[in-house]
Design a protein around this ligand. Structure first.
Ligand SMILES: C[S@@+](CC[C@H](N)C(=O)[O-])C[C@H]1O[C@@H](n2cnc3c(N)ncnc32)[C@H](O)[C@@H]1O
Length: 207
C-alpha cells in the first residue's frame, strides 16, 4: 500500500492509539520552539494537526501541508482558524503551491517517509526568510537501526509503512549543502535506561 493510502487508513486511530513517538514529538516541539519568535509557519506533513493546534497559538499565519486527504480532514475538524490554511500536496514534488516565504518551516515525523533529504532541504531553504528557522523532529535513526518504524494495527493485521533510514550525518550534510547553519541538536530518551534515543531534533537557521 502507498504511504498516502496507509495514512488515510491510519488516520482514524492516529490521535488515540498508544504512540510514544507521537507524544514525545509534541513535547519536544513545544520545548524547542517556545522561545523563538516567528510570524509565519509552513508545516510539512501536518497530519491530524497535533502540532498545528499548538503552533497557531504562537504565530499569525500557518500553511499546513500533507498528502493524506483523511489526515487533513481530521486536522481541519480540529482547527477552525482563518489564519491556518490546509493544503494537500506531496512534498517530494516541486513546491509550486506557494509563492510565499516563511519565518519557520517545521517537519515532524515525516522525513522517515522521504527518500531524498537533499530535495527537502533545498526546497525549505528557498522558502525561508533570511534568519528563518527549519525545525526537524524525527524518529531517531538509532531507533530505526533496532527495527522501529511507522506501523499500525488494522482489521487485516499490522500495516508497516515504507520508510527510509537517514543517518545523522545525512541530515547534517543535506543541511550544509543547502546553506543552513546548525542552531540546536538534541536527542530525547524514554524513561527506561539503556534504550536508544527515541527522538532526534534539529534546529537550523538560514543565515
Ligand atoms: C507520522 S505522521 C506525522 C503527522 C504530524 N506531523 C505529527 O507529528 O503528528 C506523517 C505525516 O506525513 C505525511 N506525509 C508522508 N509523506 C508525505 C509526502 N511525501 N508529502 C506530504 N505529506 C506526507 C503523512 O500523510 C502523515 O500525515
Amino acid at each position: 500500500m502507498s504511504i498516502e493510502k496507509s495514512y488515510d487508513q491510519w488516520s482514524s486511530q492516529y490521535d488515540t492509539n498508544k504512540n510514544r513517538t507521537r507524544d514525545m514529538d509534541h513535547l519536544v516541539t513545544k520545548k524547542i520552539l517556545q522561545n523563538l519568535e516567528f510570524k509565519s509557519v509552513l508545516e510539512l506533513g501536518c497530519g491530524t494537526g497535533k502540532n498545528t493546534k499548538w503552533l497557531q497559538t504562537r504565530t499569525s499565519k500557518i500553511l499546513a501541508v500533507d498528502f493524506s486527504e483523511e489526515m487533513l480532514k481530521l486536522a481541519k475538524n480540529k482547527i477552525n482558524n482563518p489564519e491556518v490554511i490546509f493544503y494537500k500536496a506531496d512534498i517530494t514534488k516541486p513546491w509550486n503551491w506557494t509563492e510565499e516565504n516563511f519565518e519557520l518551516i517545521t517537519c515532524n515525523l515525516i522525513l522517515e517517509h522521504i527518500e531524498d533529504l537533499r530535495f527537502i532541504f533545498n526546497q525549505t531553504f528557498a522558502k525561508l526568510e533570511s534568519g528563518g528557522y527549519f525545525f526537524i523532529s524525527e524518529l531517531h535513526p538509532f531507533k530505526q537501526y533496532v527495527g522501529s518504524k511507522a506501523r499500525f494495527d488494522s482489521e487485516n493485521g499490522e500495516v508497516e509503512l515504507e520508510t527510509f533510514t537517514h543517518h545523522i550525518s545525512e541530515f547534517l550534510d543535506a543541511a550544509q549543502s543547502a546553506g543552513f547553519q546548525l542552531h540546536k541538536f538534541n536527542e530525547y530518551f524514554d524513561e527506561e535506561e539503556g534504550k536508544p534515543p527515541r527522538i532526534l531534533s534539529l534546529l537550523f537557521e538560514k543565515p
